[in-house]
Design a protein around this ligand. Structure first.
Ligand code: 5GP
Ligand code: ZN
Length: 114
């Protein structure tokens, strides 16, 4: 999708601090980090929100989650823990409509979230 911020990051048209990429998934540091580690894991293929997932995307979602867990572990957060979150639409505060997994670690999180 030409007007999507994360598609532009994936295409290299907007700079980002990329921490991982393969042929299906890209991960980069959030521009406004909410924790010492705050990485966004996205599919290369444009999907606006969780509402757009189909059964064909099950493998892709698994790769996104598994990659987020691997990045959290690589950052040293596996034992103490970390949070992995998808926001979907307005009530959850989604602002960029290209599916992304937030991986936050390096501080204690509160629950329930705000
Ligand atoms: P959402 O609110 O949609 O769940 O999360 C969007 C995230 O994208 C926010 O945490 C925000 O800081 C991040 N973000 C917005 N614009 C940019 C950008 O240009 N570059 C990067 N790296 N992150 C961005
Ligand atoms: Zn996109």
């Amino acid at each position: 999708m030409t007007d999507c911020l994360f598609c532009k990051i994936i295409a290299g048209q907007i700079p980002a601090s990329i921490v991982y990429q393969d042929d299906r998934v890209v991960a980069f540091n959030d521009i406004n980090p909410q924790a010492p580690t705050h990485v966004l894991v996205v599919p290369r293929r444009h999907l606006a929100s969780l509402n757009d997932l189909t059964a064909e995307d099950d493998g892709l979602v698994g790769e996104i989650v598994r990659r987020g867990a691997a990045l959290a572990k690589a950052a040293g957060h596996a034992d103490r823990g970390y949070r992995a979150v998808f926001n979907c639409n307005a009530d959850a505060g989604q602002t960029v409509f290209h599916i992304h997994l937030h991986v936050l670690g390096g501080r204690t999180m509160t629950w329930p979230p705000g």
